[in-house]
Design a protein. Sequence first.
Length: 174
Amino acid sequence: MNNKVIYAIYNDDDVLMDAVKQTRAAHHHIEEIFTPFPVHGLDKAMGLAPTRLAICAFIYGCIGLAVATIMMNYIMITDWPQDIGGKPSFSYIQNMPAFVPVMFEMTVFFSAHLMVITFYMRSKLWPWKVAENPDVRTTDDHFLMEVSINNNEEELVSFFQNTGAVEVKVIEKH
C-alpha cells in the first residue's frame, strides 16, 4: 500500500482555486486542503457534498420550542397559575402571546448550543486533540493541497509545479 502524498503549497487563494479545478479535471484525488481562512467556493470546486448541519439546526430549534412550550405550560398554567397583569391563567392558548418571547429565546438557545456540540462532534475537535496541520504556514498566509499518489509521483510533481505551486513536497504518511 502506497502511503505517499504530495503537498502542493500555494501563496494565493485564486491560484489555489485554479489548481483545484485543474486537479479535478485531471482526475487526481484531493485528500484535503488546508487554508488560513475560508475560501469561498472551494467546497464546490472540490466536489464536496452539501452539509446537512442546517437540518440539525432546524431539529434542535423544534426541540427547543417543544421544551419551552411544555415548560411554560407546566410552570404558568399547571403548577403555579397566577393572575399577572389581569391575564387569567386558565389555559395555555389564552396566554400564548405573552409566552412568544420565551418560546423564541428557547428555540435559539437550544439550536445554538446543540449546534456547537454537533459541530465539535462532527469535526472531531476536542480539547485534547492533537493538531493535524501539516505545515505551520497554512495558519498564516499559505494554502496546502494534499493529493494522494498512485505510482505517478514524477507526473504529479511536474503537474503541480505547472499549476502555480510555490513548493511541491512528496511526503510519506503514517
